[in-house]
Ligand binder design. Structure first.
Ligand code: ADP
Length: 396
C-alpha cells in the first residue's frame, strides 16, 4: 500500500492543532475512481495549548514533539511509513501563492517575505513548518494558504479605490481569508443540491469567532468580505468589520490613541465584545432572553451587517442558487440564520422556521420547498480540505 496518511498542522502563536487523516478512498480494481469527495478517515485529532506559558510546552519544537508522542502512542508516529505528507495551514499567501505548494527553502523564504501582511499569523505558521521539516526532512511538506481560494477575484472586487502606485508598492488589496472553508463549503453545498460545483452560485457565510462572506460563481470565488487583513467585512466576535477609515484618524488625532492601540481596539475589543461585553453568541442569546438591551443591540448590528452582505452578493452574482451557513455561529445559531435572512423573500430567499430550528451536525437544507434560493447549513472542515489539497499534490 502506498502511503496515504496526511498530517495537518495548524500552528498558531500559542497552540498547535493537528489531525491525521487517511486519504484512501477504498479504490479497488473494480472501482478505481470512487467518489472524489468521499470523507477521509480521521485517525487522530488533538490540540496542544499554552505554548510558551508556564503550564504548556516551552516552544513549538516541544509542542510538535508532544504531537509526535501522542501520534506514536496511537501507532502512527511521525516516522510511520503510512505518512504521505505533512500539510501546513498558512494564513497569508499574498499574490504569490494561489494554490497548495510543496515547501522548499525558497518557499519558506517567500512566506517569510509576506510577514508584514500577516505579522501575527505567518511567523507562527512558519515555526510549525521549520520544526516539522527538521523532524521529517525526507517527507513532502505542503503549504495550504487561507488566501488562495480568493485569488480568482476580479480586480474590480480585489482593488481598493486608492492611488494605484501606493497600492501596488505596498501590496494593498483585498486578499480574503478562511479560503479553505469557503472552498469546502461552496463545493459541499453544490453536492447537497445534487449538482456539480461548476453549475451553482453560492453565498457562503463563515461565522465563527472570525467571520467572512464570499460570493462563489461556479466554484470560483468572485468576491469576499475580508480584505488586506481579516479585519474588514462582517461584525465578528472581537473585530469591528467595516467602518469608515476616518474613524482611525479620529481616534489617533482626537482620542490620542497610537496606531497599535487602535489596532488592538478594532481587532480585539470591538465586534460583539465591544458592543455588549460578550463575544460568544450563546451567551448573547441567553442575555437577550433575559431582556438585556446591549446584547440585543449587538445581535442586531451583527445580523444587519450580514443581511447587507447577502444583498450585496446577490447583486454581485446575479443568480444565486444557495446561501450556506457554516462555522460555530453559522452551524449552531438558528436565531442568527433567521435574522440574517429575514425579509429577503423578495430576493427569493425563504427560510423555513421549523427546519431552521432543528439542531444537528449534518449538512442540511433549512429553506422552504418553494424558496428559489436554497438555504443550507454545511459544517465546515478545514482540516479535511487542507489534507485533500495537499494529498492531491503528493498522491502516488
Ligand atoms: P473559530 O473562529 O475560533 O474557529 P468557531 O467556528 O469554533 O470559531 O466558532 C466559535 C463561536 O461559535 C463561538 O464564539 C460562539 O459564539 C459560536 N457558537 C458555538 N456554539 C454555538 C451555539 N450552540 N449557539 C450559538 N453560537 C455558538
Amino acid at each position: 500500500m502506498p502511503p496515504s496518511h496526511v498530517l495537518v498542522l495548524n500552528s498558531g502563536s500559542s497552540s498547535l492543532k493537528y489531525q491525521l487523516l487517511d486519504m484512501t478512498r477504498g479504490e479497488t480494481a473494480a472501482d478505481p475512481n470512487p467518489d472524489p469527495d468521499a470523507a477521509p478517515e480521521r485517525k487522530a485529532t488533538g490540540i496542544v495549548e499554552h505554548i510558551g506559558e508556564p503550564t504548556g510546552p516551552a516552544d513549538n519544537t516541544e509542542a510538535l514533539e508532544t504531537v509526535a508522542d501522542e501520534l506514536a502512542a496511537r501507532g502512527a508516529g511521525l516516522d510511520s511509513p503510512d505518512l504521505a505528507a505533512i500539510a501546513h495551514r498558512v494564513v497569508h499567501g499574498g499574490t504569490r501563492f494561489t494554490r497548495p505548494t510543496l515547501i522548499t527553502d525558497e518557499v519558506v523564504a517567500e512566506i517569510e517575505n509576506l510577514i508584514p501582511l500577516a505579522p501575527l499569523h505567518n511567523p507562527a505558521n512558519l515555526t510549525g513548518v521549520r520544526v516539522a521539516r527538521r523532524l521529517r526532512p525526507d517527507l513532502p511538506q505542503v503549504a495550504v494558504f487561507d488566501t488562495a481560494f480568493h485569488s480568482t477575484m476580479p480586480q474590480s472586487a480585489a482593488r481598493y479605490a486608492i492611488d494605484r502606485t501606493v497600492a501596488d508598492e505596498y501590496g494593498i488589496r483585498r486578499y480574503g481569508f478562511h479560503g479553505t472553508s469557503h472552498a469546502y463549503v461552496s463545493r459541499r453545498t453544490a453536492r447537497l443540491l445534487g449538482k456539480d460545483p461548476s453549475e451553482v452560485n453560492v453565498i457562503v457565510l463563515h461565522l465563527g469567532n472570525g467571520a467572512s462572506a464570499s460570493a462563489v460563481r461556479g466554484g470560483v470565488c468572485v468576491d469576499t468580505s475580508m480584505g488586506l487583513t481579516p479585519l474588514e467585512g462582517l461584525v465578528m466576535g472581537t473585530r469591528s468589520g467595516d467602518l469608515d477609515p476616518a474613524v482611525i484618524f479620529h481616534l489617533t488625532r482626537v482620542a490620542g490613541l497610537s496606531p497599535d492601540e487602535v489596532d488592538i481596539l478594532l481587532n480585539k475589543r470591538s465586534g460583539l465584545l465591544g458592543l455588549c461585553g460578550d463575544n460568544d453568541m450563546r451567551e448573547i442569546g441567553r442575555r437577550i432572553a433575559e431582556g438585556d438591551e446591549a446584547a440585543h443591540l449587538a445581535f442586531d448590528v451583527y445580523t444587519h451587517r450580514l443581511r447587507k452582505y447577502v444583498g450585496a452578493y446577490c447583486a454581485v452574482l446575479g443568480r444565486v442558487d444557495a446561501v450556506a451557513f457554516t462555522a460555530g455561529v453559522g452551524e449552531n445559531s438558528a436565531a442568527v440564520r433567521g435574522a440574517a435572512l429575514d425579509g429577503l423573500e423578495p430576493l427569493g430567499i425563504e427560510i423555513d422556521a421549523v427546519r431552521n430550528a432543528v439542531r444537528g451536525s449534518a449538512e442540511r437544507l433549512v429553506s422552504t420547498d418553494t424558496s428559489r434560493v436554497a438555504v443550507a447549513v454545511v459544517p465546515t472542515d478545514e482540516e479535511r480540505e487542507i489534507a485533500q489539497q495537499a494529498y492531491s499534490l503528493v498522491r502516488p
